[in-house]
Design a binder for this molecule. Sequence first.
Ligand code: RB5
Length: 181
Amino acid sequence: MRFFTSHAKIHALYMVYINTNLTQYTKYNNVMSENIIAIASDHGGFELKQILSQYLHDNGWKAQDLGAFGKEAVDYPDSAAELAKWLSFNQDKKGILICGSGIGMSIAANRFRGVRAALCHDGLSASLARKHNDANVLCLGARLIGTETAKDCLFHFLNSEFEGGRHAVRVDKLSNFSKRK
Ligand code: RB5
């Protein structure tokens, strides 16, 4: 009898484990959708996140909104970590991070393996971030740039391709840094 009780407990724990992992997998893994991009902000970037999510929708993209979900204060490292986690499940995809200045988000995001986050202030920097740095995360400072400039940054980020060649050698060196102690 005792054997069956403990066996049932182990089974229940195992099911909780499987369900937790499944929930994480389905929350973060969206490989089936080609045109998906993750977007996250803190309270300082919340309004711009809503505007850019609509912009993405209007332009045929699916925006995976990872929060913030309101204007209550949240810490930008937590939002950046959420997005980095999503990217780790969707390695060929890109993300957008928005805070007041964009600075905190870019510092936080670049601490995660595989993330190349670029803080951009205009279309040219967003385009160069893709062409030369193969940036996979666009960081924006909602309190520093206007809505139209933010849309322009996003447009160029989405529509510019990595040029490879000499830039690939340099980007590879960045990946090697994350293996250093
Ligand atoms: C929040 O007030 C603000 O510090 C944050 O949004 C960001 O600008 C940090 O870098």
